[in-house]
Every structure is written in structure tokens, then in C-alpha cells.
Design a protein around this ligand. Structure first.
Ligand code: FAD
Length: 288
């Protein structure tokens, strides 16, 4: 069996103000030269405002950072006609990577009928653009809409069979949850690469958001950091970054296919992590 190097990729999100745009371009410029295997750009869930947000940012990444670019595409609220037009636009921009998502169903907004699940979108993209690489989202600690783990894995298998080339996980802080999930995928004959989603916690507000909104189990070691440094933001940030580096080292040691870093648009954090893990991914470390 030939061993392949694990990949390191970044996620960024489109800002919603001009100040945010300027900050983000500064951030991205600082990421220049790190050479991740791709940078993914998130998208708003409800009625894609694709041109001004995701597409504009993806274009900036592609043109200025010269690296592979992936766009997120939540599809519950869009039609086949709209997706077809976006795919054509992406192709013209030489962007061939899509993270196919259903997106959250928002109370009070009735979804379109074309894409009930991410698997429907995946199949559609593969029919329209067979050369595109399609990724899918997955949930080591189970998607909140799922009845149970078994159902979730069964639906994931369907999604992969509909054409997913790789999977990217929801963030997690307990690697054991990821290893268990990997095993369940292997048993279910899900054989595509699974990239581990890692989000460093750099402040208390973000930690509370994760606790409230993501079904991620927080190990005692992690809770101790939050408690110990609740009044010391500098140490909390440093400890949060060190925790993420520790998670990454463990994942790579255990032969993860790749790590997808949720950068939260924070260049200093991304660079810090990159600097401390680059050689694990056989990448050149940043010099300054
Ligand atoms: P699906 O794969 O369709 O799954 C949704 C639920 O339906 C699951 O419970 C699944 O088990 C179930 N299911 C699937 N198929 C069937 C079936 N045939 N019958 C019955 N049940 C079924 N959201 C955004 O809005 N924008 C983003 O940019 C974004 N990026 C993300 C990136 C990553 C890496 C991840 C992990 C999530 C991201 N999300 C994003 C969040 C995602 O949109 C939500 O978690 C959403 O609720 C589910 O999307 P999905 O693509 O996983 O859905």
C-alpha cells in the first residue's frame, strides 16, 4: 500500500461589511505562500447571494493566493436552474471544487423542492460537471437532525455513493470521536478521504458559541483550559492554539487523510498553527 501525505486546507468566510472585506483581504494576503492544498469559502444558507459574497471571495483567493479554491454550496433554498448557472460561472473562473451541502432548514422559510438533501445536489453537480470534485459534510458526533448514528451513517453512505469524492467533518475537540466515526465509516464501506475539521478556540465568546451551537463534546482537558483562563484572554488564546496543534499532531500520527482548519478569518492563528505543524504535512514552514 502506498502512503500519501495528509493534506492541510483552510476555510474562510465572506465578510458582511466593507470593513470586514478590508480585514479579510489583509488576512488572506498574510496567508499567501503557505500553500495549503485548497482554501474553501463558506456560503450563506438562505437564497445564495453568491456573486457578492462567496464567488467574489473565491475569485480573490484564486487570483491572489494562486491556490485551489473550493466553494461551499448550500442548496435547500436554490433551484436546479440557479445551481446550473453558478456551476457555469465557476467553470469559467477555473474553480472546480464544490462542497455540496443541504444547509440548515430555517424556521419560517419553505425550502425549494429541487435539492432535499446534499446527496441530490452532489448527484446533480456530477451530472452537470463530471470533472468537478465534490466534497460533502459529515458529523463525527452525529448530525442534529438524525434519529441516531446508524441512520446518519446510512445517509452518509448514500451521499458518498451519489458522487462525493471526499468528506469534511464538523469541528470536534475529542479525537476519539473522530476515530470512532472513521471506523463506522469503514464498516459502512465509506472509503473516500475524510478530512478532519479543526477549529482553534481563541476567545471565550467563540468557546460559548461552540458549546451552544455545535454538538461537539468538550473533553475535560479542554474545559480546564476554559476555566483556568476565563479572565486571561491572552493565555486562553495561546492554550486554544496549543490544543489545536496537539489535536492535529495526534490526527496526523494516526494517519488522517487531511486536516481542514476553520481559520475564522484569523491569519495570525492560522499562521501560528501552520508554523507548528507544516512539516507534518510536508509543507515549508513560514519564515517570519
Ligand atoms: P445532508 O447531508 O443532506 O444531511 C442533513 C440531514 O438529513 C442529516 O441528518 C442526514 O442524516 C439526513 N439525511 C440525508 N439524506 C437523507 C435521506 N435520504 N432521508 C432521510 N434523511 C436524510 N452551512 C451553510 O449554510 N453554509 C456553509 O458554508 C456550511 N459549511 C459547512 C462546512 C462543513 C465542513 C460542515 C460539516 C457543515 C457546513 N454547513 C454549512 C452546515 C450544514 O449546512 C448543516 O449542518 C446542514 O444542517 C446539513 O447539511 P448537509 O449537507 O450535511 O446535509
Amino acid at each position: 500500500m502506498t502512503e500519501t501525505n495528509p493534506t492541510l486546507s483552510f476555510e474562510v468566510f465572506p465578510p458582511n461589511s466593507q470593513v470586514g472585506v478590508n480585514n479579510l483581504t489583509d488576512t488572506l494576503d498574510q496567508l499567501k505562500g503557505l500553500n495549503p492544498s485548497f482554501i474553501s469559502v463558506t456560503a450563506s444558507n438562505h437564497k445564495l447571494n453568491y456573486e457578492e459574497t462567496t464567488i467574489n471571495l473565491a475569485k480573490y483567493v484564486k487570483d491572489n493566493l494562486h491556490c485551489h479554491t473550493m466553494v461551499h454550496m448550500p442548496a435547500a433554498y436554490v433551484t436546479k436552474t440557479e445551481v446550473r448557472s453558478i456551476l457555469n460561472r465557476l467553470e469559467k473562473m477555473n474553480i472546480h471544487q464544490v462542497l455540496a451541502l443541504r444547509g440548515d432548514i430555517v424556521e419560517g422559510y419553505i425550502p425549494e423542492k429541487d435539492f432535499k438533501y446534499a446527496s441530490d445536489l452532489t448527484q446533480f453537480i456530477k451530472q452537470e460537471k463530471p470533472d468537478f470534485t465534490v466534497s460533502g459534510a459529515c458529523y463525527p458526533e452525529v448530525h442534529p437532525d438524525s434519529k441516531n448514528r446508524v441512520d446518519d451513517i446510512r445517509h452518509l453512505k448514500d451521499k458518498v455513493d451519489s458522487g462525493c469524492d471526499q468528506l469534511i467533518t464538523q469541528l470536534f475537540y475529542d479525537n476519539e470521536q473522530f476515530y470512532r466515526f472513521q471506523e463506522e465509516c469503514a464498516i459502512a464501506d465509506i472509503n473516500v478521504p475524510i478530512l478532519a475539521g479543526i477549529m482553534p478556540i481563541v476567545n471565550r465568546k467563540q468557546a460559548l458559541h461552540v458549546i451552544e451551537n455545535c454538538a461537539a463534546r468538550l473533553p475535560k482537558k479542554f474545559i480546564n483550559i476554559l476555566d483556568k483562563y476565563k479572565d486571561n484572554p491572552v493565555s486562553l488564546k495561546e492554550a486554544g492554539i496549543a490544543y489545536a496543534v496537539d489535536q492535529i499532531v495526534d490526527l496526523v500520527t494516526n494517519d488522517v487523510s487531511g486536516v481542514h482548519l476553520y481559520t475564522m478569518n484569523k491569519a495570525d492563528t492560522a499562521k501560528h498553527i501552520f508554523k507548528n505543524t507544516a512539516s507534518l504535512f510536508h509543507l515549508d514552514s513560514v519564515t517570519e
